[in-house]
Design a protein around this ligand. Structure first.
Ligand code: SF4
Length: 441
């Protein structure tokens, strides 16, 4: 692989864990891994990311990390007093073969876990999968906290997938508008898009609570958004606790949002509120007003499977032509889904799971495009090939706004469209000959 289109499993596990209120993510491995994972999240979210580490040295690498982990559990509860420690492994601790469940049992037996406090864990070896796999594993561990009482709570579990804090906020706004009571997990809104208050809070206000996670086994159903990030947790709740689940695409773009809103409408048994119909109408209006500038524009995309599937459908609905699509995350179904979405286009789409940025660049050289969509690492390709480029996905290390403005829902669709049109029209203004350089577009 040259320039992988993915990053480490633990980064996803760490991001998911930050969506639990009062949770301290813990990296079971060397300090270097933890520092890298924290800094990647800090650079993307522009917020300090707290996480602890088992600080492996030569001894732990040879004899195993159990002693380090037990000491860490004691220290963390004594010094930081979190509600939950969310442990994820790393390449090293997985290779040694450390068994987190057994270590947790030992910690419990030795009285190292204070009453009412929780430890959850996820195996996240980075030599398989990607940050998406790590995210999904930690979300499944959250689902495993469910403790059904046998009495339904009247709520819908909503698993939003790996989206920005602003997207989680937007999903909650839509749930409230339709009147669906919900437990959203993970929920990083209010955690990674917080205000500068001048006061440091080790554990910000946001996040799903432990009480809510325990109650997910009593919910009326689960709506999981994204096959790669959310489906495993939803299916686990379904098979273990008989909480029926549906798996939808991420609500990015017009059709995927329509399906999401329709699913919520059915759960609530209500008509779609006027406010949401208005937002949909605004998105349709902008699409029809600006369609001429989008028509048959060729696009290259790189990112994570759930996002790419929804975005490709959105682009096709805009009459744009997604040409080259790459994810670093494995999964054959990804290529099938993309081909299915693109089946009526008059060309064969280039799509690859477990691909890399080098492949994407080669494809672009062979068949140039009008627009590039992807994370910050795409800026090198955009510069080399002189391409209009919209930063989208994870990580975005050199721009701001992604934490604060949603890309899900109809409002998110408007924002995406604004960004796409912005770079396409800027390019038009730059390249248009003098006689057709227009003031009004
Ligand atoms: S690839 Fe493995 S060793 Fe490297 S930072 Fe990620 S978890 Fe640590």
């Amino acid at each position: 692989m040259i320039n992988p289109a993915k990053t480490c499993q633990p980064i996803g596990a760490m991001y998911a864990a930050l969506g639990i209120h009062g949770c301290l993510p813990h990296s079971h491995g060397s300090q270097g891994c933890c520092a890298y994972h924290r800094s990647t999240l800090t650079r993307h979210y522009k917020e300090p990311i707290s996480a602890s580490t088992s600080s492996f040295t030569e001894g732990a690498s040879v004899f195993g990390g159990q002693a380090n982990m037990l000491q860490a559990i004691e220290n963390i509860f004594a010094v930081y007093n979190p509600e939950v420690i969310a442990i994820h492994t790393t390449c090293l601790s997985e290779t040694i073969g450390d068994d987190l469940k057994q270590i947790k049992k030992k910690a419990d037996a030795e009285g190292k876990i204070p009453k009412g406090k929780e430890i959850i864990s996820a195996a996240t070896p980075s030599y398989v999968g990607s940050h998406v796999t790590g995210f999904s594993s930690m979300v499944t561990s959250m689902a495993k906290m469910a403790e059904p009482t046998g009495k339904k709570n009247g709520k819908l579990n909503v698993i939003p997938g790996w989206v920005e804090p602003a997207d989680m906020e937007e999903i909650k706004r839509l749930l409230n508008l339709i009147g669906v009571k919900s437990i959203l997990f993970p929920d990083t809104s209010g955690v990674l898009n917080g205000p500068l208050s001048g006061e440091y809070k080790m554990f910000p206000e946001g996040g799903v609570t432990v009480k809510e996670l325990k109650s997910t086994g009593d919910s009326i159903g689960t709506l999981a958004m994204g096959e790669w990030c959310s489906a495993e947790a939803a299916r686990w709740l379904d098979s273990k606790h008989k909480v029926p689940c549906s798996v939808l695409d991420l609500p990015i773009g017009l059709q995927a949002t329509d399906r999401f809103i329709d699913a919520l409408r059915k759960v609530a048994g209500v008509n779609i509120p006027d406010e949401i119909s208005l937002e949909r109408g605004q998105l349709v209006d902008m699409i029809s007003d600006m369609h001429q500038y989008l028509y048959h524009k060729k696009v290259a995309l790189v990112g994570d499977p759930d996002q790419l599937i929804a975005m490709t459908e959105f682009l096709v609905s805009l009459d744009m032509w997604p040409m080259h699509i790459v994810t670093g995350t494995p999964g054959k179904r990804f290529e099938e889904r993309i081909r299915e979405i693109c089946k009526d286009l008059p060309y064969e789409v280039n799509v690859r799971a477990k691909g890399d940025m080098f492949l994407l660049h080669q494809w672009i050289k062979n068949e140039p495009v009008d627009l590039l969509l992807g994370n910050t690492y795409c800026k090198y390709i955009a510069r080399d090939e002189d391409l209009p480029f919209v930063r989208w996905g994870f990580p975005i290390l050199d721009r701001q706004g992604h934490q604060y403005f949603p890309t899900v829902g109809y409002k998110g669709g408007l924002r995406l469209l604004e960004k796409i049109l912005g770079v396409i029209l800027d390019r038009k203004d730059r390249d248009e000959p003098e006689q057709s350089f227009e003031l009004v577009l």
